[in-house]
Design a protein around this ligand. Structure first.
Ligand code: GMT
Length: 384
């Protein structure tokens, strides 16, 4: 029997709850689905940081770890699988959407097998690939077979960019049909004005503020970001504001060595990113690899142009010379040149920012992308 177009779906979502692109996308997706009337069940070890658990149609189910001395390392896959079985038995899910192949899809497949031995109907599994599960983990021989198995055994697989889809096919040598559904971001309401934020950071009204949001991992190439700032040192109005979702301490010696302490401001674990992006002039991202680049889309959504590396999926939503500028990975000289030009050209910054905002809003809004997921859910449910 085909599922009707208007049927309210019961959707299980498994994701990492921490501050990070995949968690933001999974949480945003679940929240939008709930707003549209679907019943959404999040399963994770803690509530995703951006989730409003009190919202209508949203449920959160916590995976509880055990700590038996018998096990040298704590295991997440087994308690997650058992929790999925419990949630599905109670709520009879229509679809299970897991973000990241390992261990989430692996646990979902185990939950399916357990449920089937108990004669409990199990939903079709959709796995969304976010990047590092392929570009980093799948290149590790100790994980690759588990990742390949989990992806190939899922009923549906999506990737957040064409670039990631191609990487997956290449790295895993798989023929699995992968649907590309790009990420989305719905800008939030600004609650603190530009000057309030600048004042709180010790920044002046006429400073040219460059924002960078990331988890500061190696792949983000933070040393390149700092080297660019060192090259534009002659203009002491240019400041770099880093919203760090990870270890920023490791870069302090380099900041000191380059003598750019006065140009760099680091704020850790900021939740109201909208207020900080709004208070900035442009964004800058120097990643070596990026399957999508949520920070870039977030920056664009608040009308700020971006300087970024032409890598992975970034070029699928950023347009060179229209929403900002794209450079080769490591091309710090050209980054610095363009940064100096933009710092002196308010009209150009405004025009690029407006284009960036239009593209983010029209092509990569929740409304547009969530519809694609719902269509895909119905297609996968109907496969049964
Ligand atoms: O970039 C990271 O290290 C975090 C990682 C994550 O798990 O959130 O990000 C990946 O997924 C994001 C959401 O789909 C993408 O926007 C990021 O580009 C991707 N990171 C990489 O590919 C390095």
């Amino acid at each position: 029997m085909l599922i009707s177009k208007n049927k309210i779906l019961k959707i299980g979502i498994i994701c990492y709850p921490s501050v990070g692109g995949s968690g933001i996308v999974a949480t945003g997706l679940g929240s939008e689905l709930a707003r549209l009337g679907h019943q959404v069940h999040f399963i994770s070890y803690e509530p995703p940081f951006a989730l409003n658990i009190g919202d209508k149609n949203i449920f959160f189910h916590r995976v509880v770890f055990n700590s038996y001395e018998l096990f040298k390392y704590p295991d997440y896959t087994l308690p997650l699988a058992v929790k999925i079985v419990d949630v599905n038995t109670k709520y009879k899910l229509d679809i299970l959407h897991v973000h990241y192949a390992v261990p989430h899809a692996t646990a979902a497949l185990l939950a399916k097998d357990i449920s089937e031995t108990q004669k409990i109907k199990f939903p079709n599994i959709i796995t969304t690939l976010h990047g590092t599960d392929i570009t980093l983990l799948a290149r590790d021989k100790t994980l690759m077979p588990a990742i390949k198995f989990s992806i190939e055994s899922s009923c549906g697989v999506t990737a957040v960019s064409e670039s990631l889809k191609n990487d997956t096919i290449k790295v895993l040598k798989t023929k699995k049909d992968i649907k590309v559904i790009h990420n989305f971001y719905n800008p939030k309401k600004i609650t603190k004005n530009k000057n309030t934020i600048r004042k709180s950071l010790g920044l002046k009204e006429d400073d040219f503020v460059v924002i960078h949001l990331s988890n500061m991992r190696k792949v983000k190439r933070i040393p390149d970001l700092l080297a660019i700032m060192s090259k534009v040192k002659s203009n002491n109005k240019i400041k770099l504001l880093i919203l760090a979702g990870g270890d920023s301490e490791q870069y302090i010696p380099m900041i000191k060595k380059l003598g750019i302490e006065k140009q760099i401001i680091i704020k850790k674990n900021v939740l109201d990113i909208e207020n900080y992006i709004n208070a900035s002039d442009i964004g800058m991202y120097t990643s070596g690899e990026e399957s999508f680049g949520m920070g870039i889309l977030e920056t664009m959504a608040y009308g700020k142009p971006v300087l970024a590396t032409r890598t992975g999926g970034i070029g699928e939503f950023m347009q060179n010379s229209k929403t900002g500028y794209l450079f080769k990975v490591g091309d710090i000289n050209n980054f610095a040149k363009k940064l100096l030009i933009l710092s002196k050209d308010e009209a150009l910054v405004k025009k690029l920012g407006e284009n960036a905002c239009t593209i983010a809003k029209t092509g990569f809004s929740g409304e547009k992308i969530v519809e694609k997921y719902i269509e895909y859910y119905r297609r996968i449910i109907n496969l049964k």
